[in-house]
Each structure stands twice: as C-alpha cells, then as structure tokens.
Design a protein around this ligand. Structure first.
Ligand code: NAP
Ligand code: ZN
Ligand code: ZN
Length: 346
C-alpha cells in the first residue's frame, strides 16, 4: 500500500479537508498515475452531500482525472511510464456481460466500479481524483492525445463524454437543431461538441448572463428560460434537447419545444423525482430518454475527436483549499465553466 495525500469529505455535508488515503500496490495489469489535475463535477457535490442517497465516508470525490503514468505492472501493454492519461467515472466493470462486451461498461449489468464512493473488485472502497496518485487497471485508463493540455482535458473525462455520447447516439450533425439546456460544466461542453458535430445549436439558460460566452463557444442562438416568451417562440423547434440541469425541471414545458419525433435526453441528475404529463410525449410521438457517461471505447473516441477539433473545457484552475468555495459557486450556477483542481496544492 502507498500513502497518498487527498482531499476528503469526512461526513455528509461536511467541508472537504486534507487527509491521506492508501492506494493498492501496482498489480499485474495496473497503472499508477501521478494525478496532475482533477475536475469538479456537480455529481461530486450531489454525492458528498448524500443528495442521491446513502454514501460512503470519508469520500474523496473526483472522476475527471488527468495525469502522467508513474509505474506500470508487468502485464500492462497499453501504457508506459511518462504517458499522458485520464480516468473518468468508472475504474472497472464485470467485463463479461452483454453490455460490457458491447463497450457499454457504464451500463454493466453487474454494476461498474465507480471511481469513488464505490467498492472495488478487491472489496475495498474506491477513492477519486482529489488526490495525488491513483492505481487503475489499464483497461479503464484513457490516453490523452498530445494536442490537449492536461488541465483542460480533465473535464472531458466526465463532462465531455456525458455530452458527446448522447449527441452521437441521437445523430447530431448538419441539419439538426439541438438545444443544450443549462450552461454549466456539462452544458458548455455540449455546446462545443454539438457545434463541432455540425448542428445548429441553441442554449437554453436561466438567464442571458452567459450569452456572450455561449455564442463564442459555438452556439447559434441563446435564450433565457426565465422569459416565458422563449417557450412561445421556440415551440416545436428542436430535433434534440440535451438537458444538463442539476435540479428538477418542468418537463412538459420543455417537451413542447421538440419537433414531432424529437427527443429530450436527460443527463442532469437532480436529487428529487420529476412529474410528467404523458400527453407531452403522446402528442408528437416524442422521446424522453436518459444517458449515462459513455463506455471506454467511446471515451477514447471523444478524446481523439476533441484533440482533432482543438476542444478542451473552459476552466478555472484552483488550489485544493478553494474546493469548498468552488462547491458553493457551482451550486449557485456561478461556474465558468469547470473548476479544475491543481493537485500539486493538495
Ligand atoms: P453544473 O456545472 O452545476 O451545471 C448545471 C447547470 O444547470 C447550471 O450551470 C445551470 O445552468 C443549470 N441549473 C442549475 N440549477 C438550475 C435550476 N434550478 N433550474 C434550471 N437550471 C438550473 O453541473 P454539471 O457538473 O454540468 O452537472 C449537471 C448535472 O448532470 C448534475 O446533476 C450532475 O450530477 C449530472 N451528471 C450526470 C452525468 C450522467 O452520466 N448522466 C454525468 C455527469 C454529471 P444555467 O445557469 O445556464 O441555467
Ligand atoms: Zn461527473
Ligand atoms: Zn458487465
């Protein structure tokens, strides 16, 4: 075991503080990564505050990890010491079920191993990226292409893949009208990716505060959902609405913005259930769907796509002592557009 510095929530809703954790010895197929940067995802906050239900403490959040390979096990073939790598929301899965075999490890029928707040295949609790090193089996390590700086690449490991996967699945491309709901960490990546895929992109945000940024990142249009005229004007407009909103929404209102056969795809993970009038999908043969991160193969495809298009996240780099303040700003929709921790400060 190796002792590693980390930032952890000692209990639900408690502020995060510096601590140490143990990482396992590097096994045959393991990669030891010196973590350089870790993004702060809103999911970290939901979990550290037990908003999604009971969690395990102490909790070291962080599933947007970018770093450098420091050591490899004797059976490792994909990576060498010095390689630039990333780790996302999962660090293992059963690898045998129908979904794992199809490259959909995120939907592993036996449940994948979450990067933190999970239990590894060795029965030990998992600890995430707000730490200086992590040991991960090579099959769940991603390669960060040379063209991408590690700090702006880190958020791609969750925010990037979580928006890329549904955009691809629902055939985002030229001629498609796509709305991105919520301009936060996921949302701003959704705007960049949908634009790069060739769609006509509209941002639906609570206000027009971030309009200039949205247009710069690739949006063609930007509307405030606090203005009721938005819903009259955009009625029946979109092929796809990708919702990244972290709080419950009035689904009926948003479904009215879809064209016939359009899809509302939810990736936001609010802590409370939402209501739905089923006539909102009956009329217009509309689809209401969800999507969770992406498989390992698709995550690598996304990283390569981002490198090819010069896409990284827009980040605010912070020191570890600023994590608790950053959480408050994320909760206040005041993030531009992803906080990334410089793990050298832990
Ligand atoms: P974030 O940076 O906080 O962005 C969420 C955005 O939603 C905010 O910036 C805000 O955008 C909007 N919003 C927040 N509260 C709202 C409210 N009450 N009403 C309307 N809009 C509101 O969070 P994130 O890291 O992007 O994560 C977003 C959600 O996705 C979280 O629930 C997270 O847990 C979830 N998530 C899911 C997956 C998955 O696999 N499905 C993966 C990662 C994250 P505006 O200011 O523009 O309105
Ligand atoms: Zn996340
Ligand atoms: Zn599986």
């Amino acid at each position: 075991m190796t002792t590693v510095a980390a930032y952890a929530a000692p209990a639900a809703k408690a502020p995060l503080e510096r601590t140490t954790i143990e990482r396992r010895e590097v096994g045959e197929f393991d990669v030891l990564i010196d973590i350089k940067f870790a993004g702060i995802c809103h999911s970290d906050i939901h979990q550290a505050r037990e908003g999604w239900g009971e969690a395990t403490f102490p909790m070291v959040p962080g599933h947007e990890i970018a770093g450098i390979v420091a050591e490899v096990g004797p059976g490792v073939t994909k990576y060498e010491v010095g390689d630039r790598v990333g780790v996302g929301c999962m660090v293992d899965s059963c690898r045998e079920c129908e979904n794992c075999r199809a490259g959909l490890e995120q939907y592993c029928l036996k449940g994948n191993v979450q990067t933190y707040n999970g239990v590894g295949r060795d029965g030990e609790p998992t600890y995430g990226g707000y730490s200086q090193q992590i040991v991960v089996t090579e099959s769940f390590v991603l390669r960060i292409p040379d063209g991408l700086s590690l700090d702006v690449a880190a958020p791609l490991l969750c925010a990037g893949i979580t928006t890329y996967s549904p955009l691809r699945h629902w055939n985002t491309g030229p001629g498609k009208k796509v709305a991105i709901l919520g301009m936060g960490g996921l949302g701003h990546m959704g705007v960049k990716l949908a634009h790069a895929l060739g769609a006509e992109v509209t941002v639906l945000s609570q206000s027009l505060r971030k309009k200039d940024d949205g247009l710069k990142l690739g949006a063609d249009h930007y509307y405030a959902t606090s203005d009721s005229k938005t819903f009259e004007e955009l009625r029946g407009s979109f092929d796809l609405i990708l919702s990244t909103v972290s709080a419950p929404l009035n689904l009926d209102q948003y479904l009215s913005l879809l064209k016939t056969d359009g899809a509302f795809v939810n990736v936001g993970a609010p802590e409370e259930p939402v209501a739905l009038n089923l006539f909102s999908v009956i009329m217009g043969r509309k689809t209401l769907a969800g999507s969770g991160i992406g498989g390992i193969r698709e995550t690598q495809e996304m990283l390569d796509f981002c490198a090819g298009h010069g896409i990284g996240a827009e980040i605010e780099l912070i020191g570890a002592s600023e994590i608790n303040d950053a959480y408050e700003r994320v909760l206040g929709s005041d993030v531009r557009y992803r906080f990334v921790i410089d793990t050298a400060t832990i």
